[in-house]
Design a protein around this ligand. Structure first.
Ligand code: CS2
Ligand code: MG
Length: 402
């Protein structure tokens, strides 16, 4: 069996997506997501100019060997561009293998470990009242877990607050939008949101919150301690994680569960966080960290330390990543939760898929492979449109972490 073509498809049905399609001499094809929000074309070039030529003629069944060939063989290891390109190849090859085996991917991985995949939705509002109402709408839709983000008094354009009610899309402009951040205003406000949510909805729903890398470790410790009575499912990305040891300080000060990892590329980014049990949930997902092959290594390592998965699932991860992630989540023994931001209708139309939402969970179908395809004719109707994530500055102009 041989790979005869590896094509990269760029499309913007509501937002930009990069998709790799691998074709074989046996007529079976597989697809993988390679989208890197705000830096999409760098992965297109990496795949088109440097990876695709090396794939032609290879046996697509040798997933592990191809992974090692692309990782070790590049000489330059790790990084978001390299690892997303490897992920796209890896997911396309798992798709092909599962189709050849006539099995849904979760079956090939080891079989079903649960009936459905618990997901959390995104509720946000311009102020506390609107956010509380938004959480109520998610509960009414059947969600068992909801992430709550609110506008903060005195801060324009707070992280996580969308323009529409159901959708939140941060990559919103042809050049980065400038936002202003103030930690004091945020810390004075954030605990009151969760106090109000518990008063309104009780303790039967899981509540989550994303700090989006804005705090220092000691500030993160203060926030974690302040929200302890409201029993959050997790606080996410409380502080940047390049220095994994930084989480030791946070951990010493709070029992609020911590989640991190959406920007990690390999097991090396979370090795100390996991081994020292500084975190409770690892948020790395298939497209972020070299595909199913590498994510499985991270999850197995995490399991040894009672760290569970909580994969990133924002709209910049295409339905291809969502499909692959849901098969992974259906199998992985130490599953925690899956993020689920609904894609726009145009996106769903370009990527026909068989997963469905019901009862607070996402359910994969039994289509052989990962169950997601691409309608290339429709994709061609949505040309690439440059879009950047915002940046953040402090009030005096100093650059901060968005
Ligand atoms: C976020 C993302 O979903 C999340 O938890 O942190 O919305 C993130 O900002 C985007 O994926 C960036 O592309
Ligand atoms: Mg996040």
């Amino acid at each position: 069996m041989k790979i005869i073509a590896a094509r990269i498809i760029v499309t913007c049905p509501g937002r930009n997506f990069v998709t790799l399609k691998i074709e074989t001499d046996q007529g079976v094809h597989g697809i993988g997501d390679a989208t890197l929000n705000g830096r999409e074309l760098s992965v297109v070039s990496y795949l088109q100019d440097h990876v695709a030529p090396c794939l032609i003629g290879r046996d697509p069944r040798c997933i592990e060997d191809i992974w090692q060939y692309l990782y070790r063989g590049a000489y330059w290891r790790r990084g978001p561009v390299t690892m997303r390109a490897i992920a796209a190849v890896d997911v396309a090859l798992w798709d092909i293998k599962a189709k050849m085996a006539n099995m849904p991917l979760y079956d090939l991985l080891g079989g079903r470990s649960r009936d459905g995949v618990l997901v959390y939705g995104h509720a946000n509002g311009a102020d506390l009242g609107e956010t509380v109402e938004a959480v109520g709408r998610y509960i009414d839709m059947g969600y068992k877990a909801v992430r709550a983000q609110s506008g903060i008094p005195g801060i324009d354009l707070a992280y996580g607050v969308g323009r529409g009610k159901l959708y939140y899309e941060p990559a919103d402009a042809a050049l980065p939008t400038e936002t202003v951040w103030d930690t004091r205003k945020y810390l004075n406000f954030a605990p009151s949101l969760f106090e109000r949510l518990r008063e309104t909805y009780g303790f039967g729903v899981e509540l989550l919150h994303d700090v989006h890398h804005r705090l220092t470790p000691i500030e993160a410790g203060q926030l974690g301690k302040a929200v302890e009575p409201h029993r959050l499912f997790w606080l996410e990305d409380v502080t940047p994680a390049e220095n994994q040891e930084a989480f030791r300080l946070v951990r010493q000060h709070t029992t609020t569960p911590l989640a991190v990892g959406e920007i990690f590329n390999t097991i090396w980014d979370c090795k100390d966080l996991i081994a020292n049990q500084y975190i409770d949930y690892i948020r790395t997902t298939v497209v972020g960290a070299g595909g199913i092959t590498h994510l499985r290594r991270i999850a197995d390592f995490a399991a040894l330390h009672q760290v569970r998965t909580g994969a990133h699932g924002a709209t910049d991860l295409s339905p291809v990543t969502m499909g692959a992630a849901l098969h992974f989540d259906t199998w992985v023994p130490n599953f925690g939760i899956q993020e689920y931001m609904r894609h726009a209708e145009e996106t769903d139309a370009v990527f026909p898929h068989d997963y469905v939402f019901g009862d607070g969970r996402l359910h994969v179908g039994d289509t052989p492979g990962h169950g997601v395809d691409i309608d290339e004719a429709l994709a061609a109707k949505y040309p690439y449109k440059p879009a950047y994530l915002p940046v953040a500055r402090l009030e005096d102009g100093t650059m901060w972490n968005w």
